[in-house]
Structure formats: structure tokens, C-alpha cells
Design a protein around this ligand. Structure first.
Ligand code: URA
Ligand code: CA
Length: 436
């Protein structure tokens, strides 16, 4: 087999056979096919697309490029949750403890942020001492005793995805349905959970900009899960504005803690309950979503979810006292208001740009090697549909560099669109895709 022939075949719009897909995945992972040929193939896939059969074969080729975690030593139905990537998205930090507080084992593999999207591991490192480094045995033990553990994607699991993702990131080939579906599902399948709940984001701050594309991605992933015997449900949710108010690592952790204390942002809370209730039903702890919602809300009201967060942070080496004393989180030196000089209603907040502005402040990584500043970011004060008068603060910039703070202030203003009349017609949840 020659890589040249596979590139040509896909370039001309033909289907790749399973053996051909296995060939380029395994040889690229081994290092025997150069980046430039794989880049060309990825671009051909981007334009010519893959069908569902090819996407499923690509997924399994990536799963088989490394180890598959054996979680059979964990009692109960293990659920995993994954988001396709958003701005200010703190759901895992809220959901994990809520679901675990109901006795459901949550074995979560998380990633770091890249570009305009944040990553759960970076956020968790706002807790001094917190680490995702642990043996598989320790991971399993923590899930058995605490019901919640967060691990990093080690080189062992789906190593092909790691290589492909890095290459896609620099060749403008990330936002293709088959490539995203196979990337996410290969990691989830290799990570060993019994059921998977996906949060597929749609809008300006998401990879999928339209609801059609998001539903297509959701259906593709749900069908891959079904084919390999991992029940998968996808919730399609809004990412046309950042989720909640906070964008930035320690700022988002504080927002998650507020939510677990019962006074978090409405959209974040509602999304957590929606995704969480799917997880609870899949884990067979409730017969239906209505019952699951009630159980989840109880974990907030009783404080059991907040206690679960403390147990989990402490078990992975973090300083859990920060949960009661949130002033101890890393704090930026400057907190500057962004003031509107116009009247109107907020019609749009460009989420991707807000993510990029936070990244410029130091909250995210421009390249994989960048070191992030946990304390900086943006806290929105006005969201879509809110009324704004000239002189109102629409957001706060948390920065450690005054020049960067000034740039951020101006850029945030430019990324708010105000109108005279506004009717909000963007739902928080667009729909739910299930196997049947
Ligand atoms: N998240 C992933 O893990 N992979 C993608 O391709 C896109 C988002
Ligand atoms: Ca947020």
C-alpha cells in the first residue's frame, strides 16, 4: 500500500477501505508516514468527507493504536461525559461531584485547553497540589471509594488521536464532523466507561457553528458508540455566548463552586442538570429524566455535591480548604471594568473571540508549550438579552499586565453587539440525540 494512492483516492472523492484506514493510522502513529502526507490526506478528508462506515473504521483504528483501559474492577455502571469544547464551560467541575454524590461512578478522562477553548485539567490545577498523575490502580481505587476521579489522556490511550489532533490544529482541519467524531469517540472508547454522555456545542464559540452540523456530529458519535456497545447520548447545547459568567481557570473554578453552593449562573446550572440527568438515567439510578433532575437538585440543596468536590480534590492532592475559602485561589493583580458607552440590549457576545481574549491575557495556550496563568480571565457582567445603559459595566478583566488589560478591555467592547430591541430565540438546549 502507498500513502500517495490513499491521498489521491480521497482527493478524487472515493471511499477508503478499512485496511487503508488502518494502514495510515498505524503507520502514522509509528512514525513511518511523514506529516506532510497525512496533512494532505486530512485536507482531502476535510473537503471530500468520510461516510459513517469510514468514520467508524477511523475511530476503531485510533482506539487500537494504544491501550484500552479496563474498568471492570469498578462496581456499577460507569459513565463518562465529554464536551466538544467551549468557552467558559465549567460543567465537568459541577456535574462530576453531583453525579458522584448519587453513588454513580464517574471515571473521567480530561484534557488541557488549546486555542480559545479551556481544559478541565488546567482549571483543576487552580487547587494548589492537585494532580491527574496517578497509576491506573489508583484511578480505579479512587472511583471505587469516592466515585469520582479525573485522569489525563496519557500517551497510552488513543496515541493516534494525540498525533492527529496536533497536526489538525496547525493545518486548519479540526472542524470536520468525521475527524471530530472519531477523535472524541476513540478517546472515550479507550477510556473504558460503559456509557457516554456528550455535550455537543453549537454556535460562535464551538467548532460546529450551525445546529445542522452539530446534529450531524451528534448522530455520528451516538452511532459509533452504539456500534461498539457503549450506550451514548448527545445533548446539543448553545455556545453562541460563553457559558456562565467566568472565562479563565481559577475564575471558572470559583464559578463551579458557587454553582455547587446553589448560587451559580442559571445557564451553567441548567446545562449541568440536563446533562447530569442523562447520566443518572443511563446509570439506572432513576427511571426517567424528571426523577433524575430531582435527585441532582437534592445534591446541591443537601450540600452532598459540594462535599463530594472536597473529597475528590483532596484525594488527588489538592488543597480542598479553598472550597470554603475561595479568596485563597490565585488572584490577578488588576481587575478592570469594561464600560459600555451605548444603550441597548445585548444581542450577541462573540464567544470565540472572548475565548481568544482570555487566552491573550494568559488564561489559555496559543501553542502547546505555552504556560498558562491560572489567575487571569474575564468575568462577564451582561449576557445575551440583558439591558445595558451607557456607563454600565458589561464585564471585568482580570489581568497581571496593564497593557494586556487595556487591549482586552477594548476587544471585549468590540465583541459585544447591542441592539434596540431583542427577542432571544436561541435555546440553551437544542435537542438530545439518543441511539433509538
Ligand atoms: N475535541 C476533541 O477531543 N477532538 C476534536 O477533534 C475536537 C474537539
Ligand atoms: Ca463560565
Amino acid at each position: 500500500m502507498r500513502m500517495y494512492d490513499l491521498i489521491l483516492k480521497k482527493r478524487n472523492g472515493h471511499e477508503l477501505a478499512k485496511e487503508e484506514i488502518n494502514y495510515f493510522v498505524s503507520n502514522y502513529t509509528k512514525g513511518s508516514i511523514p506529516d506532510y502526507q497525512v496533512s494532505a490526506l486530512l485536507m482531502a478528508i476535510f473537503f471530500q468527507k468520510m461516510n459513517s462506515r469510514e468514520t467508524a473504521d477511523l475511530t476503531m483504528a485510533m482506539v487500537n493504536s494504544g491501550a484500552i483501559l479496563d474498568l471492570s474492577a469498578i462496581e456499577g455502571i460507569k459513565v463518562d461525559k465529554h464536551s466538544t469544547g467551549g468557552v467558559g464551560d465549567t460543567t465537568t467541575l459541577v456535574l462530576g461531584p453531583m453525579v458522584a454524590a448519587l453513588g454513580i461512578p464517574v471515571a473521567k478522562m480530561s484534557g488541557r485547553g488549546l486555542g480559545h477553548t479551556g481544559g478541565t485539567i488546567d482549571k483543576l490545577e487552580s487547587f494548589e497540589g492537585f494532580s491527574v498523575e496517578m497509576t491506573n490502580e489508583k484511578f480505579i481505587e479512587n472511583v471505587n471509594t469516592i466515585k469520582l476521579a479525573v485522569g489525563g489522556q496519557t500517551g497510552e490511550l488513543a496515541p493516534a488521536d494525540k498525533k492527529f489532533y496536533a497536526l489538525r490544529d496547525v493545518t486548519a482541519t479540526v472542524d470536520n464532523v468525521s475527524l471530530i467524531a472519531s477523535s472524541i469517540m476513540s478517546k472515550k472508547i479507550a477510556a473504558g466507561a460503559d456509557c457516554i454522555v456528550l455535550d455537543v456545542k453549537v454556535g460562535d464559540g464551538a467548532f460546529m457553528k450551525t445546529s445542522e452540523a452539530a446534529f450531524e456530529l451528534a448522530k455520528e458519535m451516538v452511532s459509533i458508540g452504539k456500534n461498539v456497545g457503549r450506550e451514548t447520548i448527545a445533548v446539543i447545547s448553545d455556545m453562541d455566548q460563553p457559558l456562565g459568567f467566568a472565562v479563565g481557570n481559577a475564575l471558572e473554578v470559583r464559578e463551579a463552586i458557587d454553582t455547587l453552593k446553589g448560587h451559580g449562573p442559571k445557564d451553567l446550572f441548567e446545562l449541568c442538570i440536563s446533562i447530569g440527568s442523562q447520566m443518572v438515567v443511563l446509570a439506572k439510578k432513576a427511571d426517567n429524566e424528571e426523577e433524575a433532575r430531582k435527585l441532582l437538585i437534592e445534591t446541591i440543596e443537601s450540600g452532598s455535591a459540594l462535599n463530594k468536590l472536597k473529597e475528590f480534590i483532596a484525594a488527588q492532592g489538592g488543597d480542598a480548604s479553598l472550597i470554603d475559602d475561595t479568596d485563597k485561589f490565585p488572584k490577578a493583580n488588576y481587575i478592570l471594568p469594561v464600560v459600555s458607552h451605548m444603550d441597548g440590549y445585548v444581542a450577541k457576545i462573540h464567544a470565540e473571540n472572548i475565548g481568544l481574549i482570555a487566552m491573550e491575557l494568559g488564561a489559555g495556550r496559543a501553542t502547546k508549550e505555552s504556560v498558562i496563568d491560572l489567575s487571569v480571565g474575564i468575568v462577564l457582567n451582561k449576557k445575551r438579552g440583558d439591558k445595558v445603559s451607557a456607563g454600565d459595566v458589561i464585564a471585568y478583566v482580570h489581568a497581571n499586565d496593564t497593557d494586556k488589560a487595556e487591549d482586552a478591555r477594548q476587544n471585549i467592547l468590540n465583541n459585544y453587539e447591542l441592539v434596540k430591541d431583542y427577542n432571544d430565540n436561541i435555546p440553551l438546549i437544542y435537542g438530545i440525540v439518543k441511539g433509538e
